[in-house]
Design a protein around this ligand. Structure first.
Ligand SMILES: Cc1cc2nc3c(=O)[nH]c(=O)nc-3n(C[C@H](O)[C@H](O)[C@H](O)COP(=O)(O)OP(=O)(O)OC[C@H]3O[C@@H](n4cnc5c(N)ncnc54)[C@H](O)[C@@H]3O)c2cc1C
Length: 337
């Protein structure tokens, strides 16, 4: 295990800003994670845990140690007639694992195809897409506490999962390193096709099956979202605000065709992308940063030369516009470092 110094982070985060870390290390096992946590470089520097860097915005160089768990195993730990339990190392690429599950005829995560990032980060914001959240299939999250080096194993119900949220984003933020996640996948067909244009796309492809579900979702995502390897971005930059019904009704009265989704009896979700578009931001640039022309929720490193400050300046102008037009404060989904 080598500790790199003055290490370029450009390939390690999907905005691809030209930033570096004072120190960088990629342990390949839980034992190596613990070893590095005991090392002097870890005790005397700020520490950041990095996955694929697809939900991180670096404002500047990182003055400390970046630890990127590179634990690469996919191990079947239990099997019954209908279900299979699999433990996956934190460093495994998320979409590689989805592909593995589809190749092995296992159901549950196919709707989460093509989400960038690593398995270790998937519980942090409870990744979700096309009507599925990863909490639906997580059985257990394993790791170590940074301070005490003690191991933990949280059951699903101990992770406080909610919409793009979990205990790892709140109470345990910066306190733990997730080293592996145990998933419970199904052996029988249980497709969820009722979201957006998934069903239509599958019917175009032919039979309604696991392979075609993954194909359809990959196709839809590729047609809507910019590939971070071509144009730097972190997917949705803002969360979709959830507001009281009374606030939502006011907006619906004042504007035409407001898309909205009821959450329980009292709350309503209004897509942030729609509000940003209504404010005229879609496709607009500010310096080297821009709002993507197809999806207003995505901010991009348009020229490849943007830095974190520039993207944050654009985000701040957007937040002000949305506040002034709709009276709603939109929150960033991305982790600003
Ligand atoms: C084009 C694009 C599309 C996207 N689409 C979606 C989508 O549909 N749905 C969705 O939910 N998200 C989406 N995202 C966001 C992103 O893919 C997810 O948030 C993903 O889980 C981030 O994984 P990562 O490994 O890149 O995490 P990073 O960005 O590296 O880290 C994210 C956070 O998790 C922490 N972390 C990372 N690894 C660990 C670990 N092992 N232990 C403890 N903490 C850790 C980091 O410190 C940081 O706070 C998209 C991003 C992009 C670029």
């Amino acid at each position: 295990m080598v500790i790199q110094q003055n290490y370029s982070l450009k390939p390690h985060h999907t905005f691809h800003f030209n930033v570096q870390a004072d120190f960088f290390v990629a342990p390949e096992s839980k034992e190596e994670v613990i070893e590095i946590l005991k090392a002097p470089v870890c005790k005397s520097n700020p520490l950041l845990i990095l996955g694929g860097g697809s939900n991180i915005l670096f404002k500047s160089d990182y003055k400390g140690l970046i630890l990127k768990p590179n634990i690469q195993n996919i191990t079947v730990v239990d099997e019954q007639e209908n279900n299979l339990w699999v433990e996956v190392g934190a460093g495994v690429d998320w979409d590689y694992f989805v592909e593995w599950s589809v190749k092995n005829n296992l159901y549950g995560i196919e709707n989460l195809s093509l989400i960038p990032g690593n398995v270790g980060a998937c519980p942090v914001q409870n990744i979700g897409a096309y009507g599925v959240e990863v909490k639906d299939v997580i059985k257990q999250v394993n790791g170590v506490y940074i301070d005490t080096l003690e191991s933990f194993s949280f059951k699903n119900e101990e992770c406080d999962f909610a919409y793009r949220n979990s205990i790892f984003k709140n109470h345990l933020k910066g306190k733990v390193i997730i080293t592996s996640v145990v998933f419970e996948l199904k052996k029988q067909a249980e497709l969820k096709l009722g979201y957006g244009d998934v069903l239509e796309k599958i019917n175009e492809l032919g039979e309604q099956n696991l392979v075609n579900t993954r194909k359809a979702i990959v196709h839809i995502r590729e047609s809507k979202l910019p590939d971070p390897e071509v144009i730097g971005n972190v997917g949705s930059f803002f969360k979709n605000p959830v507001v009281e019904n009374s606030i939502a009704h006011k907006i619906i009265e004042q504007h035409n065709n407001v898309p909205h989704y009821k959450i329980g009896d009292t709350l309503c979700k209004i897509p942030a992308g729609w509000m940003i578009e209504q404010c005229g931001w879609k496709g607009r640039s500010l310096g080297n940063a821009a709002v993507h022309e197809k999806q207003a929720l995505v901010l991009v490193n348009k020229t490849g030369k943007a830095n974190g400050e520039e993207v944050l300046r654009l985000a701040s102008e957007i937040e002000k516009s949305v506040k002034s037009k709709f009276g709603i404060t939109i929150e960033k989904e991305v982790n600003v470092i």
